[in-house]
Design a protein around this ligand. Structure first.
Ligand code: ADP
Length: 303
């Protein structure tokens, strides 16, 4: 269990990246969803013991992460957004190097440990290939291999699927889901599909504040009866954006198919009620509209 209390981070500037975040993250896969600039990376770096907060507390399994980052480091794996590589090394040499840097113990020998980790992330076939020939998805899997070395109880994954093609993304989802079977995996993302596919619970962060702590179903249900769908020209779409929160606008057969959030007023003419999606809920949350039945915010969080 990861517990975060009143986390505040003010960068020089000053830029307030986190404004007092409270969160309890149980075992399994947990999503931290928010737009770019919301404060996700800042949160992940602080929780990993890589960045000092301005104030607040972080506990992993009852141990104070901030007071003694070294003590908790062995319980924690981190896959950063920008994972550094030495492209002319082979996958197995790169991983060996990273594990040595991390100080991971290998009682059965480093070779065996590396081979086992590569197998776990489906990279055995490419162990001796140079990393510069790896696809984006293969690099991410190598990153996961170093993050899970030493069997940490918390794995932190920062924006892992940006830049992956759909097939690579789905392969990566499977590995993450497998990892979460017996530990906490905290996944930060701005991609709603990542959460829909993987996370039984998630938090939404916007402008450094936690705006919801909920389940995909709870988030959808909170918008019941408030999402309407219709079609419109580009000019009509521009007008709709002035009057409503447009949660989605996609081109279908050359026409704009538009979904809007409707508060207490009337829907646009010709629009019909639609089943809310997680994408609708996310748009409503980050745009701070009043919902019928707001998703619960974690204890002490600022709604
Ligand atoms: P996210 O990961 O959700 O995109 P970040 O945690 O990277 O968000 O950033 C949150 C806010 O803090 C942004 O406004 C960003 O510009 C700012 N920020 C991040 N890192 C720094 C830094 N080192 N110095 C100053 N401002 C920063």
């Amino acid at each position: 269990m990861l517990t975060v209390r009143n986390l505040v981070k003010i960068y020089p500037g000053p830029v307030t990246a986190l404004q007092g975040v409270n969160l309890e993250v149980p075992r399994g896969m947990y999503g931290l969803l928010g737009p770019n600039g919301a404060g996700k990376s800042t949160f992940m770096k602080i929780v990993s013991g890589l960045l000092e907060p301005t104030s607040g507390e972080v506990e992993l399994d009852g141990q104070d992460v901030l007071a003694d980052p070294m003590a908790v480091r062995s319980k924690l794996g981190y896959l950063p957004q920008d994972f550094g590589f030495y492209p002319s090394l082979s996958g197995e040499k790169m991983l060996t190097y990273l594990l040595r840097l991390k100080g991971v113990e290998a009682p059965g020998g480093m070779k065996k440990l590396v081979a086992g980790l590569l197998e776990r992330v489906n990279l055995s076939f490419a162990a001796t290939r140079k990393v510069k020939g790896y696809s984006g998805g293969m690099r991410q899997r190598l990153g996961i291999a170093q993050a899970i070395a030493g069997n940490p109880s918390l794995v932190i994954v920062d924006e892992p699927t940006a830049g992956l093609d759909p097939e690579e993304r789905h392969r990566f989802y499977r590995i993450l889901a497998e990892l979460a079977a017996d530990r906490t995996v905290l996944l930060s993302t701005h991609i709603v599909e990542d959460v829909a596919v993987l996370c039984p619970r998630f938090a939404v962060i916007s402008k450094g504040r936690l705006v919801a702590e909920t389940t995909p179903r709870g988030a959808r249900e909170s918008l019941q009866g408030r999402i309407f769908e219709g079609t419109g020209t580009n000019e009509e779409l521009d007008r709709l954006k002035n009057d409503f929160l447009v949660t989605q606008a996609i081109l279908v057969e050359g026409q704009n198919r538009v979904r809007v959030y409707v508060g207490d007023g009337n829907p646009p003419p010709g629009f019909v009620a639609a089943e809310p999606t997680l994408e609708d809920a996310y748009m409503a949350l980050v745009n701070e509209v009043d919902r019928k039945d707001p998703a619960p915010v974690a204890a002490g969080g600022t709604p």
